[in-house]
Design a protein around this ligand. Structure first.
Ligand code: C2E
Ligand code: CA
Ligand code: CA
Length: 548
């Protein structure tokens, strides 16, 4: 026991928190007095039997790995269990060959470990939300690029209307919104994904193993999650999010290129009406004269066309439709608006295409009105189209040309378009209203926190955004907050004499709820997908025949 005496000497006890002697099976033969105190054992009380019993289970595999080659000495960091607590230690072992025993020297490094990790945490995390920060994102992205070069997508997210929350309700509210955003986004992460806050209201999502189109699909959940109101008493705030996506290595081979391109795409989302996702390749197209030419040619050669999604009242009577644009190009294939509208926007051709669509729709409306004079057709109007200098003249011109009853035409503009519009465009809206044209607020609830414009401007209906209807889920009322919200929107709209249209109705449960809540019209896959004018006319005829 000479060794033991030496090992428990006061000198060693000052540097070492515990010294143990164990046999080849790691049964404990001896623990220094200092060690017994450190392990929270009263002197004379029973000692742990085997060293492995006090090693944290998560660290056992690594330790066993070290011991595989029965080394003479080794060192490692691991956690020791001290009663109910655990503690990081630096372990150094020496072999007493003749006794076939090991001496284990332990230094408690928990203090150092926590300081180290606290420092590392602070350097790489955002103080407000606790999310990884720009530095951490850069490190994670570079690690990914160097280690496996597998595909991933980078999505840059910038909140819409955040400045409003800050300006109106103060920074504390703004902070609360950011924290809540971080929480909502964190819930949507798939394994291997990463979410970081760059600063301000900018977040980055790294989507592991996804090419940009797959990322776009997944990011629709982000739009949905962000569409839910932010509970910033005394008022709820409604925000959207503009998203830009770049794919590694297709759109950039390093951190800064990927972020720059995602940023370009994000701005594209902002410019084409906010609260949407744009893929970088699409946004980049403004430099692509060939695409512009393809759009021009496409319009001339009839590659663009409209589909019509039926709208029903709550007695399931077909009363109208929304026109939705489509583009089938020989080289690019069939595209939905989310894919081509950003290209059209950056090419500066949206006012042109919008004008074309309006003319096309009014001609079609004339045909529908021949089947039913009460038919109402809704046409989407883009922000640039609405804000163009002579928008009202354009509309009135087409109405005159086709001779349609203006009160059968509904122009859909989004909340954010209206909020970001100039006084003179609002006057154009009033002029059109006076001529009988109706306006509907599209994507209602996603754009802005103030509703006063609804009473100031002559709007006739709101369209509850698909995200709300979708979020409503299948849970029964009254505890479902999405249902409460939809109910409140309907009540609010009715209190100022607006009609309510719900879009994206996919299930009978959603329909039943909307009906009970007093919604006026519904549109969605449950009742009919977007279809050709001929198909819609057939539905009409069938309805008319059934009524006879
Ligand atoms: P929006 O105005 O909100 O149009 C409704 C979108 O929801 C359409 O997508 C429609 O196909 C889809 N939808 C309808 N019912 C359901 C449903 O039950 N479930 C689901 N998941 N989706 C449903 P689409 O046709 O891809 O259009 C997307 C957006 O493109 C439109 O959103 C609108 O903002 C824009 N857009 C479409 N046509 C035009 C147009 O002629 N001019 C302008 N400026 N924008 C257009
Ligand atoms: Ca619409
Ligand atoms: Ca909509």
């Amino acid at each position: 026991m000479r060794g033991a005496t030496r090992m428990s000497s006061p000198t060693l006890d000052r540097v070492l928190d515990a010294v143990l002697r164990v046999d080849a099976r790691f049964d404990i033969r001896f623990i220094s007095e200092q060690g017994q105190r450190w392990l929270n054992r009263a002197p004379g009380s029973e000692l742990p039997k085997n060293f492995m019993d006090i090693v944290h289970p998560d660290d056992l595999p690594a330790l066993r790995q070290i011991l595989v080659g029965t080394p003479d000495s080794f060192a490692c960091d691991l956690r020791i269990l001290k009663g109910t607590t655990e503690c990081w230690v630096h372990l150094r072992s020496y072999c007493l060959t003749e006794a076939r025993e090991l001496v284990l020297c332990i230094v408690d490094i928990s203090q150092w470990k926590t300081e180290d990790s606290a420092l590392r945490h602070a350097a790489e995390h955002d103080e407000l939300t606790g999310l990884p920060n720009r530095a951490a994102l850069k490190r994670a992205m570079e690690q990914r690029i160097q280690s496996n070069r597998k595909v991933f997508s980078v999505a840059l997210l910038d909140l819409d209307g955040f400045k409003n929350v800050n300006d109106r309700y103060g920074h504390a509210m703004g902070d609360a919104v950011l924290v809540e955003t971080a929480k909502r986004l964190s819930k949507l992460l798939a394994p291997g994904d990463l979410i970081a806050r760059l600063g301000g209201d900018e977040f980055v999502l790294l989507l592991e193993g996804k090419q940009a189109p797959a990322a776009q699909q997944a990011l629709k959940n982000v739009l949905r999650a962000m569409a839910r109101p932010f509970n910033t008493a005394p008022h709820n705030a409604y925000l959207g999010v503009s998203i830009g996506v770049a794919e590694f290595p297709l759109h950039g081979e390093d951190y800064s290129m990927l972020l720059k391109n995602a940023d370009t795409a994000m701005y594209q989302s902002k410019n084409s009406g906010k609260n949407r996702i744009t893929l970088f390749a699409r946004a980049q197209a403004h430099a692509d004269l060939a695409t512009q030419a393809a759009i021009h040619k496409g319009i001339q050669e009839g590659e663009f066309f409209m589909e019509y999604q039926p709208q029903y009242d709550m007695q399931r009577r077909l009363v109208g439709a929304e026109s939705l644009m489509r583009w089938t190009n020989t080289a690019l294939g069939r595209m939905v608006p989310e894919q081509f509208i950003p290209i059209v926007e950056v090419a500066g051709l949206m006012p042109f295409l919008g004008k074309w669509a309006l003319r096309y729709c009014c001609h079609q409306l004339k045909n529908f009105l021949a089947l039913d004079p009460d038919f109402v057709l809704s046409v989407n109007v883009s922000p640039t189209q609405f804000n163009s200098a002579n928008f009202d003249d354009q509309v009135l011109e087409v109405i005159a040309e086709t001779g349609i009853n203006p009160s059968r035409l509904v122009l859909e503009i989004t909340e954010s378009t209206l909020m970001n519009s100039q006084k003179k465009n609002q006057l154009a809206l009033i002029r059109l209203y006076e001529q009988g044209v109706r306006f509907s607020i599209d994507d209602f609830g996603t754009g802005f926190s103030s509703l006063s414009y609804l009473t100031r401007l002559p709007v006739s209906s709101i369209k509850i955004d698909r995200a709300f209807v979708c979020a409503m889920g299948e849970q029964p009322a009254p505890n479902n907050s999405d249902r409460k919200l939809i109910g409140a929107m309907i009540k609010l709209a009715h209190s100022i004499d607006l009609w309510v249209v719900a879009e994206g109705v996919e299930t009978q449960t959603q329909y039943d709820f909307l009906k009970a809540a007093g919604c006026n019209l519904v549109q969605g896959y449950l009742l009919g997908r977007p279809m050709s004018a001929e198909a819609l006319a057939l539905r009409f005829s069938a309805q008319t025949e059934a009524a006879l």
